[in-house]
Ligand binder design. Sequence first.
Ligand SMILES: [Zn+2]
Length: 461
Amino acid sequence: MTNALFAQDALLPSGWAQNVLFQWDTHGLLTSVTTDTTGPAGAEVAAGPVIPGMPNLHSHAFQRAMAGLTEYLGDPQDSFWSWRKLMYQFAQKIDPDTLEAVARQLYTEMLKAGYTSVCEFHYVHHDVGGKPYANPAELSARLVKAASETGMGLTLLPVLYQHSGFGEKAPLPEQARFINNPDWMLNLLASLEQQHPAHTGLTYGVAPHSLRAVGPAALQYMQQHLHQQLPGAPIHIHIAEQTKEVDDCVTLTGQRPVAWLLDHLPVDERWCLVHATHLQPEETAAMAASQAIAGICATTEANLGDGIFDGVNYLQMGGRWGIGSDSHISVSMVEELRLFEYSQRLRDRRRNALATADHPNLAEYLYQSALAGGAQATGRPVNGLQTGQRADLLVLDAEHANLVHKPQHQLLAGLVFCQHNTTPIRDVMSGGKFVVKQQVHATESQTSTGYKAALKTLLDA
Ligand SMILES: [Zn+2]
């Protein structure tokens, strides 16, 4: 039996099931998920418990090459803003070949870590002088290529970027590579659609960078025209990462960023609000009611000293959310989930902070919620192991020290809350194809060689 996998234990949207037979079509979409079957019936047999692959809803691929380069006190008031200066310097050095090599390394690492989809919030568009490349989609196309060749599901979100601050301030010289306007962006999307048509593993949306980088009129225009051109396409935005941007927004508009956005745009399930870190209780409630996704990037938010998202109240209100590795200081979905929970524990001095009476199994609740929210943010059919969704799955090593002898309902706690030197994620399937087997990605050695050469080029530049 081809395009079929049998798993003795598998985590479905309804919970754990036994003797499950998965079948999928040539597009990698599950055509049937049958529980309590009598046996493999000729299907390939999973080497351990099967869980769905996790979407990563926020990535700036080139920043992978910066990881570990900014942990040195330069400015006496070192902050997000001094980090951003260094990041801008680094962004000047990226060219199409280095971007592709870094993205290939990153997507390989993500797949091995259990991420089977990524939303690429991509803002370096032009050459070093700020001129569009001969193919304006050159850098976007390199991300598409890296994703397709590694087997990573991709939602490409080219970034609309116009200003250096609230009040439509002129861009800084170091932002020249990012700058564009809504019509340029709509043309870019049309050209990408033509060069690399969407399929189950690839889709497009747009990312207005932030309220500081895009003014109200452009934001309105962008979202209206986007939905004529690509109905239902996701829109992601950085929203309230830093208290300074909240203060600047209040000074200019009289409203905080999330309150302003919800009042002025039709924010709904197509939207993902990345770093909704600084919220007043009424914003938390309104955002939860909007059905937009909160994009939580706990390791980056900790690394940059952003602050702590009000997860406890947001989740209790039914708010939707997912995780992203953002600056890639860490590429570990279990670390993102764990740190999200631990940030709440440290602040509130209690345990199992995000669990609720209805969802006492914390690891399973976090995993299933981040999966559903992450899937919504991708705009692709990756919402767990059910018919019509992509065959994106992870095979766990049941003999791993953190999982061995544990009952089904404790397996995810062993995965998420125990961190030792090795991972229990054994095999990874993306769109019906195993891309990682026994913790080795099929092309990882050539990818690593290319990455090392690219990094040398970037560091020498
Ligand atoms: Zn970001």
